[in-house]
Design a binder for this molecule. Structure first.
Ligand code: SAM
Ligand code: SF4
Length: 336
């Protein structure tokens, strides 16, 4: 069905195949680069219900989306989230190729088996350090042992794991080799992410901590053999194979690399706002059309109108003269 006329194609000829959905803006951690210590979360009444999230995702699948990623905030802290995951699983093999999520791993111990049963095959787990004390400091109160238990449960459930680590100068850049070796031992792929100027976090630390991944990669290449692999996901990651471990190593470089030409993704927030580009403010409200009718006619029309405005690309700048974040919303709103 997805190759029919229903297709979502933007003005630059890019087919929209990938939807990321933030199911909550809340989180049980407060990673220092992502959130301020005191965050004001949305009133729960503003959130789409789980049924509305299901309708919305289902409409996108009908319109040709093949990959759904649930994110947040922390997706696994949303109440009854497993109901949504199970329901979305019904589209797998019937329009949808992949259902996945990005999580901080704190709730995985109790949920990994259910995720696998719902049809999830791969997950991304964010973990910036292997040092429990540093982990606590970076997340403000996270418990490293819980994430390790969660990862063990993911392994037991047969989920493939990719670790996402934000590269922070002077914080975890000394651990990059150790992370590569550890992921290699456990059979995990690993992706480093450049810190992005999104959302007020109550300090200017991100400017000092910004580490261009070209520098990190140069450093890593002295110790590891990195063979470029032509794997493109439509996203901002570039991949290399680490010969010594066999694992994939990704570099997400939104600040230094222009990846927009192949971008096939859009994002929806937990209130039903559709962002056509992570790095731009333009957005479309899908909550009103969702609630306007029991059928999806207004919703599909709103989605099409929004995709017709997807911009050619973003223009992030991390710059000391411009002290405010390039994009005002936090990463936890659109979920990265
Ligand atoms: N809570 C889940 C997690 O941490 O995996 C999902 C949401 S989190 C916002 C998604 C990803 O965005 C995480 O890998 C996190 O490290 C990353 N992230 C958050 N703030 C960021 C920033 N300012 N720059 C770059 N990556 C960021
Ligand atoms: Fe929470 Fe993820 Fe942001 Fe950390 S990066 S505060 S785990 S939403």
């Amino acid at each position: 069905m997805s190759d029919g006329p229903a297709h979502l194609t933007d003005p630059f000829g890019r087919d929209i195949r990938y939807l990321r959905v933030s199911v909550t803006d809340r989180c049980d951690l407060r990673c220092v680069y992502c959130m301020a210590e005191t965050m004001h979360f949305l009133p729960k009444a503003e959130l789409l219900t789980l049924e509305e999230l299901d309708r919305l995702c289902t409409a996108f699948v009908r319109l040709g989306v093949r990959k759904l990623r649930l994110t947040g905030g922390e997706p696994l802290v949303r109440r009854n989230i497993m109901d949504l995951v199970r329901n979305l699983g019904r589209h797998l093999g019937d329009g949808l190729d992949e259902l996945t999520l990005t999580t901080n791993g704190t709730q995985l111990a109790g949920k990994a088996a259910d995720l696998a049963a719902a049809g999830v095959r791969r997950i991304n787990v964010s973990l910036d350090t292997l040092d429990p004390a540093k982990y606590r400091a970076l997340t403000r109160w996270g418990d490293f042992a819980r994430v390790m238990d969660g990862l063990a449960a993911a392994d037991d459930a047969g989920l493939r794991v990719k670790i996402n680590a934000v590269a922070l100068r002077g914080v975890n850049d000394d651990e990059a080799d150790r992370l590569i070796a550890w992921c290699g031992d456990r059979g995990y792929d690993l992706t480093f992410i450049e810190v992005m100027p999104m959302g007020e976090i109550g300090s200017e630390a991100r400017l000092d901590q910004y580490l261009p991944l070209s520098i990190l990669r140069g450093r890593l290449a002295q110790r590891w053999t990195l063979e470029d692999v032509p794997l493109r996901t439509g996203g901002p990651a570039r991949y290399a194979r680490v010969t010594e471990t066999g694992g994939l190593l990704g570099f997400i470089t939104p600040m230094t690399h222009n990846f927009c030409a192949a971008c096939n993704r859009v994002r929806v927030t937990c209130t039903g706002t559709l962002y056509m580009c992570l790095g731009q403010e333009d957005a479309a409200d899908l909550r009103a059309p969702l609630r306007q009718a029991d059928n999806d006619v207004p919703l599909e029309a709103a989605i099409r109108a929004a995709i017709a405005r997807k911009p050619a690309g973003h223009d992030f700048v991390i710059d000391r003269r411009q002290k405010r974040p390039a994009v005002g919303r936090h990463m936890s709103v659109t979920g990265g």
